[in-house]
Ligand binder design. Structure first.
Ligand code: GLU
Length: 377
């Protein structure tokens, strides 16, 4: 789907909600149970309405700081990692208990940049998200702070929420913060600053106005939120920044109410992915398909590629790589993301999908390339 205005938001089905440390903890680092409970209740209710929800939550470091009775967050890396390890379990335990009150099952997903950068990890985490959503579970995501160091670190959950939105093909990302949206200038120092309701293009002026400031408890300021918005719209997902202290904010945003700032993406996720597949991704190998598959591609303009239609596998590639789909004369007809490696495809080519598990010992899915991951050239 594509969101063109507030009204379209009502149709958003898969939603990433990000809450910052300052939304779910107090200034003394202890948990704000009223907020967390409200969040669990509201997200469970939206889930019951048939929406798919992914929650990205910060707070591990703050909650660990509180539990260990430290006067402030540690400044050293091992200190932060240790405190996050204490806090993450407590944070998850809190969510698990409160969501369970409303009959909702949650899952902990801890990510690092590795899952975004490496195709194999990417496709693997994507499959996990899809499976969790299919099972009716709300994934609760945070950065794996105890292992993520330096170049593996995403660093802030604003950017994380945009990456997760892309990974899981979300329709909308909602970032809840201690500020109610993007202002023309910092409202704390510029009383004339205005809240901007809709942004259709993130200009350098917008980025400059975002400044660097964050609160003492959280990590990102407006800067990381604008970075997240940029990343989201460039992957075809609209993003909203709104205040976490506004009553029923998520529900009201999803009813189309003009709260916070909406950053609109011009294209939808599928268009962006298909363009990237067609022009941005290098091909690691080819699948030569039979005439039936060629006809289906030409007739329908798109279709999933099943093992049964594959005659030959060329090149060496991993699951998650981009591959060409060719006819027997070698003409490239389409490109797509393969769920199976060349070694695996050599074993399952020409066979019915029902036999994949028997041959490989396990099955990721029936399709070698899913139609959403395929672009006909
Ligand atoms: N992952 C960090 C935590 O749980 C927070 C990162 C952020 O605040 O964006 O404390």
């Amino acid at each position: 789907m594509i969101i063109r205005n507030r009204e379209d938001i009502r149709q958003a089905k898969r939603i990433v909600v990000k809450v910052g440390t300052s939304t779910i903890t107090y200034a003394n680092y202890s948990r704000n149970f009223t907020r967390i409970d409200h969040l669990a209740r509201e997200l469970s209710d939206l889930h019951n309405q048939g929406r798919e929800i992914i929650l990205v939550t910060s707070g591990a470091v703050a909650v660990g700081t509180d539990r260990l009775h430290l006067p402030e967050k540690p400044r050293t890396i091992p200190g932060k990692q240790a405190v996050a390890a204490v806090g993450q379990g407590i944070l998850m335990n809190t969510y698990e208990k409160l969501f369970a009150e409303y009959g909702t099952t949650v899952a902990q997903v801890l990510l690092t940049r590795m899952e975004m950068r490496d195709r194999h990890h990417y496709i693997n985490s994507r499959n996990t998200f899809m499976e969790l959503l299919r099972m009716g579970v709300i994934p609760i995501v945070n950065e794996n702070d105890t292992v993520a160091l330096d170049d593996l670190k995403i660093g802030d959950n604003d950017n994380m929420s945009a990456l997760v939105g892309g990974l899981a093909d979300a329709d909308l990302i909602i970032i809840l913060s201690d500020i109610d949206g993007y202002y023309t200038a910092n409202p704390a120092t510029h009383p004339e600053a205005r809240l901007v309701h809709t942004v259709t293009e993130i200009t350098p002026a917008i980025e400059a106005a975002a400044g660097e400031a964050g609160s003492a408890r959280g990590t990102g300021g407006m800067m990381t939120k604008i970075q997240a918005a940029k990343q989201a719209v460039s992957s075809g997902i609209s993003l909203i920044i709104a205040s976490g202290s506004e009553p029923n904010v998520i529900t009201r945003v999803l009813q189309g109410e003009e709260l916070g700032t909406l950053f609109l993406s011009r294209e939808n996720r599928l268009q962006v992915r298909k363009r990237w597949l067609a022009f941005g991704a290098g091909c690691a190998g080819s699948l030569v398909v039979d005439d039936g598959c060629v006809q289906a591609l030409q007739r329908e303009g798109s279709c999933s590629i099943l093992p049964a239609g594959i005659l030959r596998v060329e090149g060496t590639f991993e699951a998650g790589n981009t591959v060409s789909v060719r006819n027997q004369a070698g003409k490239e007809l389409a490109r797509g993301l393969t769920h199976y490696s060349s070694d695996e495809l050599d074993k399952i080519k020409g066979v019915r999908s029902a036999l994949i598990e028997q041959i490989l010992g396990s099955k990721i899915c029936d399709e070698v390339i899913h139609r959403d991951d395929l672009v006909v050239l």
